[in-house]
Design a protein around this ligand. Sequence first.
Ligand SMILES: [Zn+2]
Length: 311
Amino acid sequence: MSSTSSAWRLTYTGVTLDRAAAIRPVQSEIEGFYTSALSRVLPVWNGNHLFECDGVDAKALSIDEIASLSASTSDLIFLGLSGDIPWFALALHGEGEPDSKHLSGVFEPLHPRVGGLDADQAALLAYARGMVLWHANHLHCGRCGAPTASTDGGHIRTCTNETCGYRAFPRTDAAVITLVEHPDGLHCLLGRQSRWPDGMYSVVAGFVEPGESLEECVTREVNEETGIVVTDVCYQASQPWPFPSSLMLGFTAKASTTSFKPDDDELDDIRWVSREELSSYGEMGDDTPGPKLPNRHSIARMLIDGWRRER
Ligand SMILES: [Zn+2]
């Protein structure tokens, strides 16, 4: 199977900021950015991002504007520099939606709006989102249970218990996602989970476990979910997937068996699908009955479309 990775830019990749990691531990520099009129802030509330009311773009706020949201600079996370402009993510707390009307903005989920976003904005929001969600899920030390505090510009959470002092770094959960080709070269393996949107079919995916290589994970996940044995596991591309904290690692593999005997019940339906059949599959969001392809902004779709184009 030929490589499906190409010049195609996967959604959520390609953050254009200089991450400026050397600045993160320099508290005086970070605090200087807190008062800079240049600084731009991307707020995230309850997993939602701020978008313009009357447009498709994400909204970035000034430091002065975040004060009106009752936000604290201690909740700012330094993302990096765009030239001289410091960029931050901001975690907004509270169950009630922040009063954003005076900001001409509206808080909405990222993924349903990503189709209208510029690719650079999508990547930046994904980065901001991943950082904010990591903070929200690591408020206490995993070793001693004491509260943690944001340090190094928000790239470390340090335990406040001085006898512990454990430092936690932003977490990324590795997950493999694999397009499996039938031994005849004419069909690929798709399945669906009952919790997915109506009609959606996709390739096999699963989380990497401790003590396991990526290739071993591909082989195990495909076999657990379908009973298929694979060879020729080949890396293709990766995609940040901050919903909440995954990195999707895309592979292709070749099946050496064809009968379905799943070990688990993760997939409701499993099927071999030809290129001709794929061309009759619908798009997510359309009203047609019948099977549908994964969202165009997913690495699953990139793997399927790449395989479909091979011949
Ligand atoms: Zn601790």
